[in-house]
Design a protein around this ligand. Structure first.
Ligand code: NI
Length: 189
């Protein structure tokens, strides 16, 4: 078990594109993902991309914990999912603007525009091809984490810096409550 240090905005590892993983089944990738999971559990976060722990490889780990989904939402919880070499494709023209946070910008929150619905193609740790279709909050998490693999942090997606600030000053105890309930309604075709 290892809890990893998180790189913060400004560090070069967060500003450059990460390298494709040549062998998703390699033991060092499994160890990296295990350490990322320990780190997320320790911090209580939703997701983490490898560059955030100083590893310039295209690996993401995320989950949607049941306790972070509002009661009555149709979005089911998502168990720990490791994405190797993920590729995001927008589905439809829908866009949404909502609040985001990032472990590499501790204490900050900002409003970001994202695709409402996306497909994420990736490789599993077993080396198999897989795909996720997500919308709303789930789609945001996928877009946010995969952006890290291209050296993009959420403030770089923001249109209005007036929508950026300290979470503690927003006076909302949990930023999830800043999202409308319909953002948790799961995939819809
Ligand atoms: Ni982030």
């Amino acid at each position: 078990m290892a809890i990893l240090k998180i790189a913060r905005m400004g560090h070069p590892v967060l500003r450059q594109p990460a390298a494709a993983v040549t062998d998703p089944t390699a033991p060092e990738i499994a160890r990296l993902v295990a350490d990322m999971k320990d780190t997320l559990i320790d911090i209580g976060g939703n997701g983490l991309a490898a560059p955030q722990v100083y590893v310039g490889q295209r690996v993401v780990l995320y989950r949607l914990a049941a306790e972070r989904i509002p009661p009555g939402a149709k979005q089911p919880a998502v168990d720990w999912t490791a994405l190797v070499n993920p590729v995001i494709t927008p589905l439809g023209d829908g866009r949404m603007v909502n609040y985001e946070r990032c472990l590499s910008l501790p204490d900050m929150v900002g409003k970001v525009e994202r695709h409402t619905k996306v497909r994420c193609a990736y490789e599993t740790l077993e080396g198999k091809r897989a795909e996720i279709v997500a919308r709303g909050f789930h789609a945001m998490v996928l877009q946010h984490e995969c952006d890290h693999l291209d050296g993009v942090l959420y403030p770089m997606r923001m249109r209005e810096l007036s929508d950026f600030g300290y979470a503690s000053e927003w006076k909302v105890p949990d930023f999830i409550r800043l999202w409308p309930p319909e953002a948790f309604d799961g995939p819809q075709d």
